[in-house]
Design a protein around this ligand. Structure first.
Ligand SMILES: [Zn+2]
Ligand SMILES: [Zn+2]
Ligand SMILES: [Zn+2]
Length: 466
């Protein structure tokens, strides 16, 4: 690995640091992944090779569980799927994704022998596991694994399998579809596991689904994660990513990290509670503390109802509840308050879905204003929110504002996703389209002004005539 090396990161254990100066958008490393599986709930909607979400997929005729875009994806995946296919057929029902991933890891361990190499810094079974902190589910998964997995006469102890399953639990990386909008699977990326957490990280990790549909096979690229620098990183500096969304209060982020990843976050943003004040801020008109409390309680209740309605696909109800909530929050909560941002995000999403674009655009714009004060200027969630705001404005016919958001989003996504990511390529197309529309609009605007001036001249003539 050229840009990074293992080092002892003190209390945090192992870590990775830069071996040379890196700039925003640099790919620190790309990793195809040791093994990855699609979630059971998504098994029929997502390609098991490239993790693209598609409506028409081909089903594996043998296990009837795996699905693929086409023959190319199926062939590319067969080596990984072959033994899994037989195992699923044997027990009829596929086990859960953790067990299937453990199966793929174990088959690969037997095939490759798990040693550290220049491209894989630590052997997969030497990763952190926290097995002692995991409970009953782990036992159930171990027994499910033994019913499922086989490899000739190879046997493993329950402890070793528990260790592998625990590694997956602690280090499994959620993979998203080609739009980056929904998590559809989980994979194990041994080098990525070595990158420690920071709530305000200097890198981001993104899944590139690759491209195997290009007619020219020389243009094919494989599914991989990319660790990308968010800004300048100096030689020797530790590389970090965030395991949680920054848009939570420091105490909530710390709790989540402790519950899921079993460590206490002592990053600068947590210890100094940086931006917690903005995330809970009251509006500038200084409402009474009682009022703020009352509206915050109501907002929390409503947000719960909004999530339920959204999960049921009832967007009219979502829009109604959001509008009530935002009305109550007006002049009480600041635009950076998390409760307001959550309501704005839901409102904009529901109204876009209902095609009420101009209102959706207003909310999307307020959301971006709030996010911009909280997120790192080059963070992926900020870039994606700006992209959505751009699209909503465009749909609402506000081409100038839409184009400007799309350009801004493009500059962020070039860093966080890179030029070859499907989302960035979509954005590039939209940028070109809105640019043309904007030119046409401006031309027409000029025509409009010229026409109007002509009319005014005539009017002044007319005036004189009176
Ligand atoms: Zn595919
Ligand atoms: Zn199969
Ligand atoms: Zn932190």
């Amino acid at each position: 690995m050229e840009n990074a090396q293992l080092f002892d990161a003190g209390d945090k254990g192992r870590g990775l640091r830069a071996t040379k100066e890196l700039s925003a958008g640099d790919v620190v490393f790309a990793e195809p992944g040791y093994a990855a599986v699609v979630y059971n709930s998504m098994a029929a909607n997502v390609c098991h090779n490239c993790f693209r979400r598609q409506s028409k997929l081909h089903r594996c005729a043998q296990c009837r569980f795996a699905h693929y875009c086409d023959r190319t994806c199926q062939t590319a995946c067969w080596e990984e799927h072959k033994l899994e296919c037989a195992a699923i057929r044997k027990i009829v029902m596929a086990p859960n994704e953790q067990v299937r991933l453990a199966g793929r890891v174990m088959w690969r361990i037997h095939k490759d022998t798990p040693i550290a190499t220049d491209t894989q810094l630590v052997a997969v079974d030497k990763l952190e596991d926290h097995v002692a902190d995991l409970g009953e589910q782990l036992k159930a998964d171990v027994s499910s694994f033994f019913k499922y997995w086989s490899y000739f006469s190879k046997q493993h102890s329950a402890e070793y399998i528990a260790h592998i399953l625990a590694i997956i639990k602690c280090n499994g990386f959620a993979l998203s579809d080609q739009r980056g909008q929904q998590t559809v699977g989980v994979g194990l990326f041994p080098n990525l596991c070595l990158v420690n957490h920071d709530c305000w990280p200097n890198c981001t990790v993104i899944l590139n689904n690759g491209n195997q549909s290009a007619l020219n096979s020389a243009l094919h690229s494989k599914r991989r994660i990319e660790l990308r620098a968010l800004g300048t990183i100096s030689e020797g500096q530790e590389l970090t990513v965030s395991y949680v969304d920054f848009l939570n209060l420091s105490a909530d982020r710390q709790k989540k990290l402790k519950d899921v990843h079993f460590f206490d976050c002592t990053c600068e943003h947590c210890t100094q509670h940086i931006k917690d004040d903005l995330m809970t801020a009251a509006a500038e008109v200084k409402p009474s503390a009682d009022k703020v409390k009352e509206v915050s309680v109501l907002s929390k209740e409503n947000l719960e109802k909004i999530v339920v309605a959204r999960n049921q696909g009832n967007f009219h109800e979502v829009a109604q509840l959001c509008s009530e909530t935002l009305e109550k929050q007006e002049n009480v909560l600041a635009n950076t308050n998390l409760l307001k941002l959550r309501a704005l995000s839901m409102a904009s999403e529901a109204l876009s879905y209902l095609r009420v674009y101009s209102e959706a655009a207003n909310y999307a714009r307020m959301l971006v204003e709030g996010y911009s004060q909280l997120y790192h200027p080059n963070s992926a969630p900020l870039g994606l929110a700006i992209m959505k705001a751009g699209v909503t404005h465009w749909h609402a016919g506000q081409i100038e504002q839409g184009h400007s958001f799309i350009c801004k989003a493009y500059s962020i996504l070039m860093i966080t996703h890179g030029p070859n990511h499907a989302v960035t390529r979509d954005l590039e197309t939209m940028r070109a389209q809105t640019e043309i529309e904007l030119k046409m609009f401006k031309q027409k605007e000029n025509e409009f002004h010229t026409m109007r001036q002509e009319v005014l001249k005539d009017d002044s003539k007319a005036d004189k005539m009176i």
